[in-house]
Design a protein around this ligand. Structure first.
Ligand code: NAP
Length: 342
């Protein structure tokens, strides 16, 4: 690999272990002084990945101050926000405050942007001790600096949507894009979403409909979410089951679907997802709480001939698709808005 490629990927910012890529690294150098091909963002707000926030919150017994301390400790120790248990991060919004002369990202000082690369590889320094955050929500008001490499992606924030909404949508924008792509490529007719009333779940339902799927099932965990999803009108059928209980998922779903999209923020949904999927079908594991061994060995153990896809956070056009689905789909807005702190 040539030096310039290494720099573009941010390898020069890796402190430990040397030579690792930033995402896999234990520690990054979060020095706010930028190199000629880097961009510095003045951070305004972080969006912690749902699986990471849930894990931190549960491990701290819901104590917001303890969650805040845990996040600060991670960022201080690692130079990035990567939950060591879930391995996941999130993304951030802020204002571009310095652009190196050789940066290819096309950003200008003063632009308000969302980073579309994970916090797990973004050098991050927090300077306000997260004083304005109560530790009880995924969205974290924060002051500090973040660094983008030459090979990063950022989206200029839209003027017509509140920042917290844009941040929430852009964090999960890989899910609707991956769903649409699978439906289009396979010609799938039926689709099940596990965690369908959540942010990535409802966007995936809307994307599947637009991509041509005609038989949409939304699986949710309780009657409250079922009522909300029914009112949103995004699914043809709403079923209730614990996504971590494979037999309950299979019973609730009934006839397996061509495609299953896993959008829950808890571990152990792999086997239910496999059972919900028809032979020859496809499972998209968007959830960051997914276990590769559980998925692979579980499918093998059930003699399930299903294609299993890791929900790549990046698909070309993913940001615009998620924002547009939100703008033009009242049911998506009805489900996303209550989950987003204004
Ligand atoms: P979200 O808005 O919190 O939605 C998750 C949904 O799953 C919620 O409706 C939740 O219900 C439901 N759920 C939780 N446990 C369940 C269970 N046992 N049975 C049935 N439903 C259950 O989360 P999100 O922001 O859409 O994120 C979803 C997943 O995507 C997370 O795992 C996150 O890590 C992942 N993610 C992946 C990428 C990527 O690039 N692949 C990027 C960002 C996020 P309650 O609200 O009642 O708990």
């Amino acid at each position: 690999m040539g030096g310039s490629v290494e720099r573009a990927l941010g390898v020069h910012r890796v402190l430990e272990p040397r030579g690792a890529l930033p995402q896999a690294a234990l520690r990054l150098d979060a020095d706010p002084a930028i190199g000629p091909d880097e961009v510095r963002i003045a951070v305004e707000r972080l969006n912690l990945d749902a699986a990471s926030f849930r894990q931190l919150s549960e491990s701290c017994g819901g104590d917001g101050a303890a969650v805040r301390a845990a996040v600060l400790e991670i960022v201080t120790t690692r130079g990035k926000m990567q939950n060591p248990v879930t391995g996941s991060g999130g993304m951030l919004i802020g204002v571009v405050d310095a652009v190196g002369p050789e940066s290819p990202l096309g950003l200008a000082v003063g632009q308000r942007v969302a980073t579309l690369v994970s916090l797990t590889l973004t050098p991050l320094r927090i300077t306000d001790g997260l004083a304005d955050w109560d530790g009880r929500s995924e969205q974290v008001p924060a002051e500090g600096t973040a660094i983008l490499f030459a090979r990063s992606i950022a989206a200029v924030l839209p003027d017509d949507l509140p920042d917290p909404v844009s941040l929430a949508l852009l964090d999960v924008c890989g899910a609707p894009a991956a769903t649409a792509r699978v439906v289009e490529r396979t010609g799938a007719r039926s689709l099940v979403v596990l965690g369908a009333a959540g942010k990535s779940g409802c966007l995936s339902l809307a994307a599947a409909r637009e991509a041509g799927a005609v038989d949409l099932t939304g699986l949710v965990r309780d009657e409250r979410e079922a009522a909300a999803l029914r009112a949103a009108g995004l699914a043809d059928r709403v079923v209730i089951a614990d996504a971590t209980d494979p037999l309950a998922v299979a019973a609730a779903v009934g006839t397996p679907a061509d495609v299953t999209v896993v959008c829950v923020d808890v571990p152990a949904a792999e086997h239910g997802a496999v059972l919900a999927t028809a032979q020859g079908g496809t499972v998209v594991f968007f959830s960051m709480a997914t276990s590769f061994p559980a998925a692979a060995l579980g499918a093998e153990g059930m003699a399930a001939d299903v294609t299993m896809l890791v929900g790549n956070g990046y698909t070309p056009g993913h940001a615009a698709l998620a924002l547009d689905l939100y703008r033009r789909t009242p049911g998506v807005r009805a489900l996303v808005d209550p989950r987003v702190e204004a």
